[in-house]
Design a protein around this ligand. Structure first.
Ligand SMILES: *[C@@H]1O[C@H](CO)[C@@H](O)[C@H](O)[C@H]1NC(C)=O
Ligand SMILES: *[C@@H]1O[C@H](CO)[C@@H](O)[C@H](O)[C@H]1NC(C)=O
Ligand SMILES: *[C@@H]1O[C@H](CO)[C@@H](O)[C@H](O)[C@H]1NC(C)=O
Ligand SMILES: *[C@@H]1O[C@H](CO)[C@@H](O)[C@H](O)[C@H]1NC(C)=O
Ligand SMILES: *[C@@H]1O[C@H](CO)[C@@H](O)[C@H](O)[C@H]1NC(C)=O
Ligand SMILES: *[C@@H]1O[C@H](CO)[C@@H](O)[C@H](O)[C@H]1NC(C)=O
Ligand SMILES: *[C@@H]1O[C@H](CO)[C@@H](O)[C@H](O)[C@H]1NC(C)=O
Ligand SMILES: *[C@@H]1O[C@H](CO)[C@@H](O)[C@H](O)[C@H]1NC(C)=O
Ligand SMILES: *[C@@H]1O[C@H](CO)[C@@H](O)[C@H](O)[C@H]1NC(C)=O
Ligand SMILES: *[C@@H]1O[C@H](CO)[C@@H](O)[C@H](O)[C@H]1NC(C)=O
Ligand SMILES: *[C@@H]1O[C@H](CO)[C@@H](O)[C@H](O)[C@H]1NC(C)=O
Ligand SMILES: *[C@@H]1O[C@H](CO)[C@@H](O)[C@H](O)[C@H]1NC(C)=O
Length: 355
């Protein structure tokens, strides 16, 4: 009697912890504008390799995994990934019935000794619940799965705009000791936005291991709405390959969140050789090239999308030195700043020796 009560308590605790860990994200974007890019954290339970992670999550190319994590492209398939490392997994998201889930990927083949709960909590580190796996795969009895059976693992995601902006939704696994405000600061959003889209009333209720929907700011780009990859949303600190692998685009805060694209030098998946990437109104500039046409004026040949025939380009003029001019006109003249700077250092030095 006592034993079965204990089992019941343990089972309930187990159920509560799985329920609180995994999440479903609201997604009301129409199916036409879904199938968007999304990211989710995967905390490696054991030491592994990039190739094993790529295979587990059904990622087509290693470079897609490297791009999502801003890792060096010369990273090898068999390079080790230590246990408890957090990797961002790129995938395609589909919205249906108000929630977003990965688009019928990754597929997992049931191995001898696997249970649905083991697959959910250990293999996929609680990114999903066994109930969700059972539901999308139409499994009536979660205790009854067959070795060799192919299961689709529904990772949480969304394609919705946030505060009127197109973003990339990132399922962030909350680290121990983190806070909603700290996560908002790190990913350039606000605590209010995070609480609202995650339906959290009290920020103190945040739990380590919880999967939080974090909207990532994507770089502005020149990609036209007629392009096959429109809208090309590349979030901060990641890179992607597009235009049938011919173009590599990178987003970083260092470039003021303007997408930086260049020829990838990879073989195309659609063309025998990549089409010309030369800007039309310029006979010297290729995608990614910049010239200074005059002082304070730069011209960049930007990537602006692709069709099944060609790669589109656009010349983008940019004014480069308005900011420094403004700064030097403000406040103290340069020499006074220097004096202040030296004085502060002298004061600090004094304090140091007086301790
Ligand atoms: C995804 O996994 C399934 C089942 O293991 C496999 O047949 C398929 O080739 C994989 N696709 C990719 C892109 O890895
Ligand atoms: C990438 O790794 C290679 C070899 O490990 C190294 O030579 C190269 O400098 C690295 N590139 C960057 C950008 O870190
Ligand atoms: C959405 O709901 C409909 C009706 O309940 C169902 O047939 C369909 O399979 C659901 N789609 C998903 C992806 O769950
Ligand atoms: C991690 O390693 C432990 C011990 O070797 C093993 O029992 C467990 O199944 C492994 N987990 C995964 C997800 O492979
Ligand atoms: C962009 O990424 C950099 C490098 O990881 C990070 O320091 C910065 O906080 C990020 N900014 C935003 C707005 O996400
Ligand atoms: C998600 O959608 C449901 C149904 O539309 C709604 O009741 C709920 O408040 C939404 N949750 C969040 C966090 O927006
Ligand atoms: C595409 O953008 C152009 C202007 O850049 C606009 O006039 C047109 O309506 C847009 N088309 C669609 C389908 O959004
Ligand atoms: C950064 O981009 C914003 C908008 O895209 C623009 O207003 C601002 O002038 C840019 N700053 C610099 C230093 O280029
Ligand atoms: C592209 O294909 C050629 C052969 O068609 C091959 O020799 C070359 O290694 C490939 N390059 C890349 C980057 O895959
Ligand atoms: C223009 O871009 C191409 C391809 O990235 C590069 O090989 C070339 O050196 C660049 N030219 C200039 C002038 O920057
Ligand atoms: C910068 O150069 C571009 C292209 O040469 C030109 O269209 C634009 O008017 C110039 N802007 C300024 C501020 O000189
Ligand atoms: C390219 O797309 C157009 C329609 O957008 C289609 O008519 C044409 O057959 C396609 N061409 C190729 C080579 O696929």
């Amino acid at each position: 009697m006592g034993f079965s009560k204990l089992t019941l308590v343990l089972l309930t605790l187990c159920l509560i912890s799985t329920l609180t860990a995994a999440a479903t994200f609201n997604c009301s974007a129409p199916t036409t504008s879904s199938n968007c890019r999304a990211l989710v954290d995967y905390v490696t339970p054991n030491a592994t390799t990039y190739n094993s992670v790529k295979t587990l999550f059904n990622i087509t190319h290693l470079r897609d995994l490297l791009g999502a994590n801003n890792l060096n492209l010369s990273t090898r398939f068999d390079s080790p990934v230590p246990a408890l490392q957090t990797l961002r997994i790129p995938f395609k998201c589909l919205c249906a019935n108000g929630t977003g889930v990965s688009n019928r990927r990754p597929q997992y083949i049931v191995k001898p000794g696997d249970g649905l709960d083991h697959i959910a909590t250990e293999v996929f580190s609680r990114l999903v619940t066994y109930q969700e796996i059972a539901r999308v795969n139409g499994i009536p009895d979660p205790n009854n799965i067959l070795v060799g059976q192919v299961l689709w693992i529904p990772l949480p995601c969304s394609c919705d705009d946030v505060d009127g902006e197109k973003v990339v939704h990132y399922g962030h696994v909350v680290a121990a000791g983190s806070s909603v405000q700290a996560i908002a600061d790190e990913y350039g959003t606000t605590q209010e936005t995070l609480l609202r889209i995650n339906g959290i009333a009290d920020p103190k209720k945040l739990q380590a291991g919880q999967v939080l929907d974090v909207p990532l700011k994507a770089c502005t780009s020149s990609v036209s709405n007629e392009s096959l990859d429109y809208p090309l949303l590349v979030p901060n600190n990641t890179f992607v390959f597009t235009a049938s692998n011919c173009v590599k685009c990178q987003c970083s805060s260092a470039n003021n969140f303007t997408l930086q694209c260049e020829p990838s030098n990879l073989n195309s998946t659609m063309w025998s050789t990549c089409p010309s990437m030369q800007c039309q109104d310029s006979n010297q500039l290729y995608i990614g090239n910049t010239t200074s046409s005059s002082i304070c004026n730069q011209t960049t040949c930007a990537y602006s999308g692709y069709t099944n025939q060609t790669i589109l380009t656009k010349l983008v003029a940019q004014s480069t030195c308005s900011t420094p001019t403004n700064a030097s006109n403000m406040g103290l003249p340069g020499s006074s700043w220097n004096l202040l700077f030296v004085s502060i250092h002298l004061a600090l030095l004094c304090l140091y020796f007086l301790r």
